[in-house]
Design a protein around this ligand. Structure first.
Ligand code: FMN
Length: 330
């Protein structure tokens, strides 16, 4: 059985920690022995996820991974790989004093579910901070399937393809923005994906919705599929290897990869924590009140999300690849 912090059947990740806890980490089970792995392998992806650019949080963590176990003399041993990170650059004061649940955030729902015992500091384990663990796990996943070329990019911020302009306006208005990210996976062999419950779409979606703030996903032309005619939507097969003239299906038929590029896009909502004052219900006064959120927040956290979207694609595909092999499909 999988619990809330564990995902995967054959390449299984277990995350722990929270935004303002001393540490957070990921334990990855199912990593084959003999893969070269060291802390430096994580630098590129972790750097892409880092804050610092316009529209991202001023909270700057070192993001240095520590491989605790599962690697010996530079190679994975076949035991679970445990990677952890320290939290240092945070200030929890704002959370210790605030009793009003932020609208749009997980505060109210978490309070009900965990009876007030949840660690709310920095959003606890609902924080975008947790996505560092997905990125870390994906570094290992990508070593298992090095042939995959996975690339995600922002296509719109707040509906505007002029990202700078959209950000300048939102910063000036003390507001926040969402964004749309498109991800393309090349060199994915045909035949990956377990139809019905573990289709490629299902597994990728499951992991995409582990990224806080992800609100919609579409594969290929899925967003427009209801408006198209069959003659427009159908991808004409043009070669014995299944290459198609168009790719409205996003590289998946019947939940199985068809050998064409896997294409999907994800929509992220605007950041809930905005500098502008807003209203929420104060349980202490029993009234809806105007309040202002302090602390360190991203105006558009989705600017940091392309590498996170790539990460969940890699984790999903490795799990499905192992499922394919385990079932002796090849
Ligand atoms: C990298 C990253 C950074 C985030 N930073 C913030 C933030 O600074 N403030 C905020 O309110 N939400 C932030 N979020 C989104 C919240 O974590 C998310 O909205 C919250 O957990 C509630 O989940 P939901 O939006 O999926 O319902 C961030 C998300 C990601 C992926």
């Amino acid at each position: 059985m999988n619990f809330m912090h564990t995902y995967g059947k054959y390449f299984q990740i277990h995350t722990w920690g929270s935004s303002h806890a001393a540490e957070l980490g990921v334990v990855i089970d199912g990593v084959p022995a003999g893969i070269t792995l060291s802390e430096t392998d994580f630098i590129d992806d972790l750097t892409r996820r880092k804050a610092g650019a316009k529209g991202t949080t001023p909270r700057l963590e070192t993001d240095e991974p520590e491989i605790v176990s599962g690697v010996y003399q530079g190679k994975t041993t076949g035991a679970p790989v445990h990677i952890r990170f320290h939290n240092a650059a945070h200030d929890s004061t704002e959370y210790e004093n605030r009793k009003i649940p932020r609208p749009g955030h997980a505060d109210y729902a978490a309070n009900v579910k965990f009876h007030g015992y949840q660690d709310e500091r920095g959003g606890g384990f609902f924080s975008g901070r947790m996505t560092i663990l997905l990125v870390a796990a994906s570094v290992v996943a990508k070593k298992i399937m090095p042939q995959l070329k996975i690339s995600a990019e922002i296509t719109q911020v707040g509906g505007n393809s002029n990202i700078e302009q959209a950000l300048d306006e939102a910063i000036q208005q003390q507001d926040s923005l969402g964004a749309r990210i498109q991800c393309v996976v090349e060199n994915l062999q045909a035949g990956i994906g377990e139809p019905n419950f573990d289709s490629v779409e299902s597994v990728i979606s499951h992991l995409v919705f582990a990224i806080p703030g992800a609100k919609a996903i579409a594969f290929g032309s899925g967003d427009a599929a209801d408006m198209m005619k069959g003659s427009e939507y159908n991808d004409v097969i043009v070669s014995a290897s299944g290459e198609t003239k168009t790719n409205h299906a996003g590289g998946i038929n019947g939940g199985i990869s068809n050998g064409n590029p896997l294409v999907f896009s994800v929509k992220f909502k605007p950041t809930s924590s905005i500098a502008k004052s807003q209203q929420s219900f104060n349980p202490e006064t029993n009234q809806t009140e105007t309040f202002t959120i302090k602390g360190k927040h991203d105006v558009c956290y989705a600017l940091r999300a392309p590498v996170i979207v790539e990460a969940v694609a890699a984790i999903a595909l490795v799990d499905l690849f192992f499922a394919h092999k385990a079932k002796n499909h090849e």
